[in-house]
Structures are given as C-alpha cells and as structure tokens.
Ligand binder design. Sequence first.
Ligand SMILES: *Cc1c(COP(=O)(O)O)cnc(C)c1O
Length: 480
Amino acid sequence: MKYISTRGNAPAKTFTEILLAGLAPDGGLYLPEEYPQVTRAELDVWRNLSYAELAFAVLAKFATDIPADDLKALIDKTYTAEVYNNGRADSDFSQITPLRTLLPGVHILELSNGPTLAFKDMAMQLLGNLFEYALNKQHEELNILGATSGDTGSAAEYAMRGKRGIRVFMLSPDGKMSAFQRAQMYSLQDENIHNIAINGMFDDAQDMVKAVSNDHAFKAAHKIGTVNSINWGRVSAQIVYYFKGYFAATQSNDEQVAFSVPSGNFGNICAGHIARMMGLPIGQLILATNENDVLDEFFRTGAYRPRGTDHTYQTSSPSMDISKASNFERFIFDLVGRDGAQVREFWSRVDNAADTAAFDIKHTAYWDALPGFGISSGKSSHFDRLKTIRELWEEYGVMVDTHTADGLKVGLEQRRPGLPLICLETALPAKFEETILEALGRKPERPASMAGIENLPQRVDVMEADVATLKAFIAAHIPA
Ligand SMILES: *Cc1c(COP(=O)(O)O)cnc(C)c1O
C-alpha cells in the first residue's frame, strides 16, 4: 500500500514513511492510493472479533510495510481493558468501545474510556506505540512540540509518556485551562514530558510553535515533530471503531446504520467516510458542528468558507471551536474524483487567505456527486446542548458531555427513519464540569482514575511568550 498526496505532486510513500511526517512536500495530505475493500466474507468473520483482533484486521490493510507480527504486538499492547479503563462507573471495559443503548435503535458508542477521558486516546495510544517502534527501528529520536488548550495535549502526553526515543514539549496558556485540565497534564512526572505554561493566550503558544517549526535549521538539528490531527496514523486507527460500532448495533451485515459525529477538524468523520468507502454498510454519516458551523455551511450550501480565529466563537463544546478543518481536504480529494489539480485550485483560494476566501461547488458536477457520499449535517447551540444533556439525564439517567450532546442533537434531527443511529461519544462529562452544572444543577461524576487529581504534585515550567527562550529550553532538555 502506497500513500499519495491530495495535491497530486508528491512521491508515493509507505505507511511507515508517512507515520512521522506531517504534510506532504506539495502541501497536501496523505491518503492511500486506493481504499482497501472489505469483502462480505471478511465482514462475516470480523463481526466476531475482539477489538484488538478487529484493529489488526483493519490496520493490516493500511500498514502493509510493518511485519504482521510486529503490528499485531503493537495493537495487542494498545487495545487492552487496562488501557481503556478509566474507572468510569457502569461500563464494559472488555469491549474497549462498548455500545450503550438509549432506546431501541439509538445508541452511544463509548470512545472515552481511555486515560484522558476523550476519544483522542483511541488513536493517540496506538500512535505512541507506533512512533516508539518506528523510531527505535531507525535508531532515531523525536521531540514532539505542540500547543494545547486542553484535549489534544493531554492525549499526546498520556500516549507518549515513558516512550523510548520520544520527548514531548507541550505549551499551554498559563492559568487559562480548568484546574482539572491543568492537573491532568501537569501531574505527569515522566522525565520525557515537559509542560510549559506560557504567559499569554493559546494563540501566543501556537505562534511560538509555528515560529520554531519555521526555523528549519533548528527543527532539523533538534528533531522536532508534531502529532496533529492530519497524522494518517491517527485517522487510520479511528476507522476501526466504526466497524466495531456497526457490528455491535446490528444483527447481520445486510443492515445499514447511521453514525453521528461531533466534528471540528473533520478527523473523526473522515475515518467514518473511509470505513464507508471500504465497504462498511454505513447508510448515513451525520456531521454535527457547534456554533462554529463552517462544515455545516459547506454541506448545506456547497461553499467552504474557513474563518480566522477572530471569527471563531468560544463555546461550551470547546474542542469543536474550529473554523478551518484540517482533514477536510481528504474528503474533497475523494469528492472531486481524486483530481489533485482541482484540490490545488480550491486550496489556492482558501490557504492563508483572508476571511472572505471560499470555494463553492454549488454549480459544479461535484455538488451532484455529494449526496453519493451519504453525509448529512447540522449544528447545535449552547441552548441545544443544555437541553439535550438535561433530556438524556431525565429520561434515561445517562449523562453526556457537551460535544456528545451536539452529536446527539443533530443525529436525532437528521437520521433517516429506519436506520439505527450510533452517536459517537467524544468525551466524558467530567471534563466539562461547569456546563454540566449549568445544565443539571449538579456536577458530573469523576471516574475513579481522576479522583483527587488536583491534589497531586505538579510539574510545569512557566515561560514568557518568547521564541528564543523556548528554543533555549528545548536545546537544554535534549541530552547531547
Ligand atoms: C477533537 C474533539 C472533537 C472533534 O474531532 P475532529 O476529529 O477534530 O472532528 C470533538 N469532541 C471532542 C471532545 C474532541 O476532543
């Protein structure tokens, strides 16, 4: 299996070659040159597999340059009931991603049983093991540099902690995260994890990361890399739970289902799109946004109009406060019949451009092709979120987080009658105590793994928002 760029101007690479890479050299994103197809006979066998077995069956089709025994060992050590057991009450951890049925035909797929209580652990934990494996094979090291306002940074740290050959330098805005988020990250005592609290806002931290990454000499000399959401390893690992959820919600492979997906960077739903392209009987993929509705606008009107940070709202589902969906280009590549020149033309209009920049497919053949991809969309507001959280709690005694509530609201609204609906749970309510308190007048339960986490000793370096200081810090913490 070789991987090609969505912009059509980069040499084809193997899975391992792109695992540690970001963008392709032509600025595009990597995708398999063709999607592996899953036969009916395979689906029949896969239906009875455990999560780890299923993950191996799926990922072996993508990571063809990793010896099967090695891949299997990495997967077996990742998808265990120990890793995906955060002590949350009333869950069947043996399933890794248990399906919770609310009422006949409406389910929640639990994806938040990992160490940081959010679905990013599903892929990030595997990525940590894949990175360690690939780096050790090449006798290489990697220093992961990132900026976080919450979820991604903690998922990366919990995935990379204690890994040989990997260090993490994670910037966060000093005093801007919740006490819980701070404790989650700063309480890690692993020597290879460096938390840096920046005297400034998230954007300042992000700018510092960009400045270091743009210093190509420094970047090469200090082996700087990232783990952002365009990473193909992350997308491929997310394909697995669409299969798992499908099998759990159906009796036979003749049935179709709908998935509803709380979306920001289009990474999660991109994995669903690929599962469907591989032949999983997904009748409908429902994309849910919050008030930051750039993606909903595209699926309703055909216009993709990314917005800058100035026009991105801070909402109560903060992990979806994104107005430039980095993985969306992968979907558009498929929509335009894998025509890299067309993707280049579209992105030449929206890359680094002003807020008014857009491309519009409404009066093109692509608009007519769009329904063939089975995607519906909708948006959810703060009011909808609170209402959904309240209704689920009162009617089913189930407490969901704010992002999952967005997915449920839009999923119930958009689902085609007759299709079982599987809502992807992207985080646990314990991560968003304030909004839950606002909705229900009570705080969410904390899973056992996070009890009293704020009282643990913390390890963090506070730093001015200064690039030279950051570079000196990084250099000082990499043994020569
Ligand atoms: C990252 C995240 C999302 C958005 O997922 P994308 O892959 O960026 O679309 C939704 N909910 C939560 C809780 C997240 O952490």
